[in-house]
Design a protein around this ligand. Structure first.
Ligand code: NAI
Ligand code: 13P
Length: 336
C-alpha cells in the first residue's frame, strides 16, 4: 500500500500541471497553485489547462488554489514547478511554516546569483538542503500527461527525502530512480537546454544529422567540464538527467528550447520569439548565466559562447558555425 501525502504544487505550467495530476492519480491529496485569474476560472470549470496542457482532462480529485500560502501550508510535500526567473519572488510570498520536503522541478540557473533551483528554495524558504530534492530527466510534460512510459531521477543529499519522493511519484508509467548528486542532476537539467537551442539552430540551418550528433556529444563534454568544477559527480552525466535529457531535448519536437533554435535559424529575433511563446524556454536565460559563470570559473564552453552571442549579441548563426569549426584543432578528450 502506498503512503498517501498532502501535497501542494506551485506553478500550473505544463510540467507543474502534469505532475500535480500524476500525484493525484497516485492517490495523494493534491492542490495546484494557479497564478493566472482566467486560467484558474477555466481549469476549475473544465479540468483542462487550456494554456499550458491543452487536451488533457485532469483528475477529479485535484484541487486548485490561487493562494501560495494555502497551497504550501501543512503539506508533507511541496512541489515547486516555477520557471527559475520567477522562482525567488514567488517563494518570497510564502509566509507559512514549511513542514515537509520541497521537490524542485525547475531546470535553469539564476542570472545574477548563479544559484541552482534547490539553492534558491533552501535559502528563500529557510529550510535545510536535506529537505530539498530535485527531479529531472528526459520528461516531456505532454508525454507524461498522456501516461506514456517515462523514467526520471530524484536527487537529494538526504537518502530519506529521495526515497520518500521516489515512492510518492512512481507509478506504472513513471519510473523514478534516486541519486545523491543534486548538484549534478540540476546542472545537467539546466545546461541541456542550451544544447537544445544549439541543436535547433543546427537543424534549422539544415546542417545535417552528423552536426546534431556532434553537437550533442561535444555539448555533453562542455556540460561535464563545468559540472565537475561545480561539484557534480561524473556518473550523473551518463544518466537520465544527463545524456538522457540532453538527447531528448536536442532531438524531440516537443522541446520549447529546440523550437527557439529552429526559429532563430529561420531569421526570427529572440525578442519576437519570446513574446510569441506563453511557455518558458529556460535555456535563453540559462545561456546568460552559464556564459558568465564559465568566464568566472575559466571553463572553455565554445557552444555556450556561440549561443550566447547569437541570443544576446545578434551574431549570425552561420558566423557562429564558422567560428566553432575553425577553432584550433586538438585531441579528443571528453573533459577538454
Ligand atoms: N514542460 C516540460 O516538459 C518540462 C518542464 N520542466 C521545467 O519545469 C519548470 C516549469 O516549467 P513548465 O511547467 O513547463 O512551465 P510553462 O513554460 O509551461 O509555463 C510557464 C509558467 O510560468 C509561470 N509564470 C509566467 N510568468 C510568471 C510570473 N511573472 N511569475 C510567476 N510565474 C510566472 C506561469 O504561470 C506558468 O506556470 C521549468 O523550469 C521547466 O524547464 C522540466 C521538465 C519538463
Ligand atoms: O526539460 C524538458 C524535457 O525533459 C522540457 O524541455 P523544453 O523546456 O525544451 O520543452
Amino acid at each position: 500500500m502506498r503512503k498517501i501525502y498532502n501535497i501542494g504544487v506551485l506553478g500550473a505550467g505544463s510540467w507543474g500541471t502534469t505532475i500535480a495530476n500524476l500525484l493525484s492519480i497516485n492517490g495523494h491529496n493534491v492542490v495546484l497553485y494557479v497564478r493566472e485569474d482566467e486560467l484558474f476560472k477555466e481549469i476549475k470549470k473544465t479540468r483542462i489547462n487550456n494554456i499550458y496542457l491543452n487536451g488533457i482532462k485532469l483528475s477529479e480529485r485535484l484541487k486548485f488554489s490561487q493562494d501560495v500560502n494555502e497551497t504550501a501550508n501543512k503539506k508533507d510535500i511541496i512541489v515547486s514547478a516555477i520557471p527559475v526567473k520567477f522562482l525567488r519572488d514567488t517563494l518570497k510570498k510564502i509566509s507559512c511554516n514549511i513542514e515537509g520536503v520541497v521537490i524542485s522541478l525547475s531546470k535553469g540557473i539564476e542570472n545574477e546569483t548563479f544559484c541552482r533551483p534547490s539553492q534558491i528554495i533552501g535559502k528563500t524558504l529557510g529550510i535545510e538542503i536535506d529537505r530539498v530534492a530535485a527531479l529531472s530527466g528526459p520528461n516531456f510534460a505532454k508525454e507524461v500527461a498522456l501516461k506514456l512510459p517515462t523514467a526520471t531521477v530524484i536527487a537529494s543529499t538526504n537518502k530519506e527525502t529521495a526515497i520518500l519522493t521516489q515512492n510518492a511519484f512512481s507509478n506504472s508509467y513513471f519510473r523514478v530512480y534516486t541519486s545523491n548528486d543534486i548538484a549534478g542532476v540540476e546542472i545537467c537539467g539546466a545546461l541541456k537546454n542550451i544544447m537544445a537551442i544549439a541543436s535547433g539552430v543546427s537543424d534549422g540551418l539544415n546542417l545535417g544529422d552528423n552536426a546534431r550528433a556532434s553537437l550533442i556529444t561535444r555539448g555533453l563534454s562542455e556540460i561535464s567540464r563545468l559540472g565537475l568544477k561545480l561539484g557534480a559527480k561524473q556518473e550523473t552525466f551518463m544518466g537520465l538527467a544527463g545524456i538522457g535529457d540532453l538527447m531528448l531535448t536536442a532531438t524531440g519536437s516537443l522541446s520549447r528550447n529546440r523550437t527557439v533554435g529552429l526559429r532563430i535559424a529561420k531569421g526570427e529575433k529572440i525578442k519576437v520569439i519570446l513574446e510569441s511563446m506563453k511557455m518558458v524556454p529556460e535555456g535563453v536565460n540559462t545561456t546568460k548565466s552559464v556564459y558568465n559563470l564559465s568566464k568566472e570559473k575559466n571553463i572553455d564552453m565554445p557552444i555556450t559562447n556561440e549561443i550566447y552571442k547569437i541570443l544576446y549579441e545578434g551574431k549570425k548563426p552561420f558566423d557562429a558555425l564558422k567560428d566553432l569549426m575553425n577553432r584550433p584543432l586538438k585531441a579528443e578528450n571528453y573533459l577538454l
